[in-house]
Each structure stands twice: as structure tokens, then as C-alpha cells.
Design a protein around this ligand. Sequence first.
Ligand SMILES: NC(=O)C1=CN([C@@H]2O[C@H](COP(=O)(O)OP(=O)(O)OC[C@H]3O[C@@H](n4cnc5c(N)ncnc54)[C@H](O)[C@@H]3O)[C@@H](O)[C@H]2O)[C@H](O)CC1
Ligand SMILES: [K+]
Length: 268
Amino acid sequence: MDAMTAWDDAAGLPVLDVGQVVALERRIAAEGTSLYELMRRAGAAVAEAACAETAAAEAARAKAAAGPGNAAPGEAAAMQPATAPAEAAPEPSSVVVLAGSGNNGGDGWVAASLLAGRGANVTLVTKAPAGQVRAEPARTAAIDACSGPGTPRFTIAVDPDAAQLDALLSRADVVVDAVLGTGFAHREVREPYATWIDAANRARRTTGVRVVAVDVPSGLNAQTGESADSCVQADVTVTMLAAKPGLLTAGGKAQTGRLFLAPLGCDA
Ligand SMILES: NC(=O)C1=CN([C@@H]2O[C@H](COP(=O)(O)OP(=O)(O)OC[C@H]3O[C@@H](n4cnc5c(N)ncnc54)[C@H](O)[C@@H]3O)[C@@H](O)[C@H]2O)[C@H](O)CC1
Ligand SMILES: [K+]
């Protein structure tokens, strides 16, 4: 099965309610593929998508530097119809991973480790160190990303203030949004995540950094498609196992950017 497929409304790709995805995960785990292994696969798909966004990030930066109305070389490539990110995959030079404390954040820890292993300059932003992540398998994934000789090969920024976060984002080519996933269904995003989301959106507008959302843009209700008071504007969203209904509403589509399905080697 492909690592990732560009979403096509007409192609009969799977759509599952959030509750059905949770039940599917449990069934997959009961059949022998652990949630930790699913998280490893999810993180790998996100790392591929982040690599593929590099060319687009460079083109957007060149355009911003050239001023309004000036197309930059490579920009046309960024505007092409969606192709599977795995097909392109150059190396990203500078990536900021925003990792929340749930399992969406766990996908981010895995992606950070893999991107650093591929030579990217990665900073992972977290509210608390790996050992204090509560959700499983996110905690195990975070600890593993920091374990073993020479690890982590990325920088960990614990609870940076707004100015530190803006400075990190201003130097990034790609932001991986692993703040909130299907576990979020509220109208308000609490701090520090609201600040992180607003900072990522601001950086996208001002520096042209590309935003790759993990499973769902943070702040979007994956079931209903409603946006919370803070909600990530993504260039690409890599959704796991099946699309969720909220991603396919008009409001959801406005936040996701190009949508890719990562089946994680499983049939939905
Ligand atoms: N579908 C799959 O096959 C896989 C999915 N994975 C990823 O796991 C997330 C879902 O993880 P979960 O732990 O259930 O929830 P989240 O990480 O989305 O969110 C929980 C997180 O949110 C915090 N929170 C709750 N309310 C608020 C609020 N109002 N403001 C701020 N923060 C809030 C809460 O504290 C928790 O920390 C799914 O999307 C995938 O990305 C796995 O990879 C396994 C495979
Ligand atoms: K997310």
C-alpha cells in the first residue's frame, strides 16, 4: 500500500468518524500492530511530507524577498495539483515541530527524530520534557527519540516564551503542527497551544514558512469541521488511516490545504 495518497473526493478513499478511527486503532492493535508502531508509521509519513514541502518553502521565501508581485523560481511547482509528497522528498534544512502533550504530539516526536536523522536542523517545541508526556504511546515515542547514543539529534525547546517561539519560527522552512489532533473537540484552545498556533499562522503569512499538519490542523474539530478560537492554517495535512468528516467540510477544507491520506499499512 502507498505510504501516502493525495486526497480526491471522487476516488472512494475511506472517511471514518473520529470514534470509528479510535475503534479501528484498537482493532489493529488487537490484531498485532501496536499503537506505538502506528505512531512510528504516522511520524514517518509526516517526515516525508515535511521534506516535500522544502522546495515550496524556498520558493515562497524567495518571493517574499523579491517583494510583492514577483514570482520566484520554483513557485510554479508549489502550485501544481497535489502529488504524493513521498515522490519529491528533498531534505528540509530547518524544521520546527510543535508537539502537544497528547498522541498527536507523539507523531511529532517521531517525525522530529526521523527528520533530524535525515540531516535537517530540527527544533521540537514542547510544554514539558519527554519524560513528563502523559499520553501513551506518545510518552514512549518521546523518550525513545531522546534515548540511545547521540540522541536526540534535534534541539528541544521546553515551554519557550512568545519571543523565543517567534525567533525559532522566523528561521524555519517548514513547521510541523503536531499540537492537537482528533482528541481535541473544543471551542477554545488553552495556553500555551493558542500562542503556538497563532505564532505558526503569523509566520506562515510573514515568512512563507510551510505548515504541515499532523492528522488534522490543530484547533479544527475533526468530526464537525468547526474551528476553535485558534486554528492552524496548513499548507498540507497528512491524515492517518482515514479522512475524518470535519476535514471534508467547507470550513475544514479551508484549514487543511492539500490533504494526503497515510493508511499506515492498514485497511480502513
Ligand atoms: N488514528 C491513528 O491511527 C493514530 C493516531 N495517532 C495520533 O493520535 C492523535 C489523537 O491523540 P489523542 O491523544 O487522542 O489526542 P490529541 O493529541 O489530539 O489531543 C489531546 C491533547 O489535547 C489537550 N487538550 C484538550 N483540550 C484542550 C484545549 N481546550 N486546549 C488545549 N489543549 C487541549 C489535552 O490536554 C491532550 O494533551 C491523532 O490525531 C493522531 O495524530 C497516533 O499516531 C496513533 C495512530
Ligand atoms: K495537528
